[in-house]
Design a protein around this ligand. Structure first.
Ligand code: ASP
Ligand code: MG
Length: 400
């Protein structure tokens, strides 16, 4: 079997932890597998390097930032290879370039365009364990590029696909994907399996175990992903095609605290008004999440939406330029979004009703609702966020 392992920053945070990773990689090797390992920078390293650059300017050139940040992953790749060699294993450490990873020109947020896996394949044929520095590639001109924060996950998935690996194991300090945040609900259970689509909802909603882009890519290229802990021997969670797993109604409940609500009252209801408002927000690169518009009365309608906390003030300023078209505005930073996620909703009715009933039983007012095929989201007062999570977790019997 050919396996790709990816170790995140905390898993390689110091030399003892790199030693621990060495043991894991050696074990996979002893079991007879071909192993390709992708590593992150040691935890805190990328931020430290960013800090150094910001000592000189708040706007360092992105090309130089890529040169700087890509070094973090090279350090860990080299150290892991040295450690494996010291234990008698044949290993080789490669940069993104040596691993054949070519990206577009978008420095600090590059997309992988192609991978030439020849060098890795040859090294595997020679019996080597291959260690690849994550998070990086080169553009057509040969300049180093990086793939955006958390990008080593993406390196691992892309390499797994191009090598046709049997599976891709992403190691971090958590042992898988949980039904909800165990810090909020201690009865949260680890999931054995979850579908790509559910995982995408959970990660974009704030469960930060896997980088979103890497899950999207895994789905597109059908890479079998495992989320595991490098600190335990637990099974982890398999993220795969929906058809390959047992049908469950609801997989997880997520709390997103990074939400602020904007309500526009008495908006003149004419063609083009929504386009104007949301184009303004888009131009300012403000990410709008939930959008709700009511039926209008006497030519006036109400429009509500949410934005990230950090964009709240900006959104406010922009909306004030619409004064002539809007009777009143209301902004609330003290809201959160709770979401119920599960592929089972596609074929079962009543999931949303259960969510609303649970809110009612706890006397929590729902301010906004939005739904998709596999998700019900509700905006509520932030002080009830954790209560809502625990109540919903119980209502869908996720602790069972
Ligand atoms: N070191 C990079 C970061 O901290 C990439 C990664 O760890 O995946 O974002
Ligand atoms: Mg990471």
């Amino acid at each position: 079997m050919l396996v790709v392992h990816k170790y995140g920053g905390t898993s390689v945070g110091d030399v003892e932890r790199i030693e621990n990773v060495t043991n894991r990689v050696a074990k996979a090797r002893e079991e007879g597998h071909d192993v390709v390992v992708v590593v992150s920078a040691m935890s805190g390293e990328t931020n430290k390097l960013i800090g150094y650059a910001e000592h000189f300017t708040s706007t360092p050139a992105k090309k130089e930032m890529d040169m700087l940040l890509s070094s973090g992953e090279r350090v860990t790749a080299a150290l892991l290879s040295i450690s494996l060699q010291a234990r008698g294993y044949d290993a080789t450490a490669l940069t993104g370039r040596q691993a054949g990873i070519v990206t577009d020109d978008k420095h600090t947020f590059a997309r992988i365009e192609s991978i030439d896996p020849t060098a890795i394949k040859n090294a595997i044929k020679e019996g080597k364990i291959v260690i690849v520095a994550g998070f990086q590639g080169i553009n057509k001109n040969g300049a180093v590029t990086t793939l955006g924060r958390g990008g080593s996950d993406l390196s691992a998935v892309a390499l797994a696909a191009s090598l046709n690996a049997d599976q891709c194991e992403i190691y971090s300090d958590v042992d898988g994907i949980y039904t909800t945040d165990p810090r909020i609900e201690p009865k949260a259970k680890k999931l054995d399996t979850i579908s790509y689509d559910e995982m995408l909802e959970l990660s974009s909603l704030g469960a930060k175990v896997l980088q979103n882009r890497s899950v999207e890519l895994a789905k597109k290229l059908n890479v079998k992903l495992y989320a595991k802990s490098s600190f335990s021997d637990n099974e982890g969670t398999l993220i795969a095609e929906e058809s390959s797993m047992e049908a469950v109604l609801v997989s997880g409940i997520v709390l997103d605290k990074n939400q602020a609500r904007v309500t526009l009252r008495g908006v003149s209801d004419r063609p083009g008004i929504a386009a104007e408002i949301f184009s303004k927000l888009a131009e300012a690169e403000i990410n709008v999440d939930m959008i709700i518009q009511n039926m209008s009365e006497n030519g006036l309608t109400n429009l509500g939406f949410t934005v990230p906390h950090s964009e709240h003030e900006n959104a406010k300023k922009l909306m004030e330029s619409f004064n002539h078209d809007i009777e009143g505005m209301d902004f609330d930073e003290h809201v959160c979004k709770v979401s119920v996620v599960g592929v089972g909703m596609k074929s079962h009715s009543g999931v949303a009703a259960t969510a609303f009933t649970t809110m009612a039983e706890n006397n929590i007012n729902i301010q906004m609702i939005s739904t998709s095929e596999i998700k019900v989201s509700m905006v509520i007062d932030e002080k009830y966020g954790e209560l809502a999570i625990r109540s919903l977790h119980q209502a869908y019997e996720l602790d069972k």
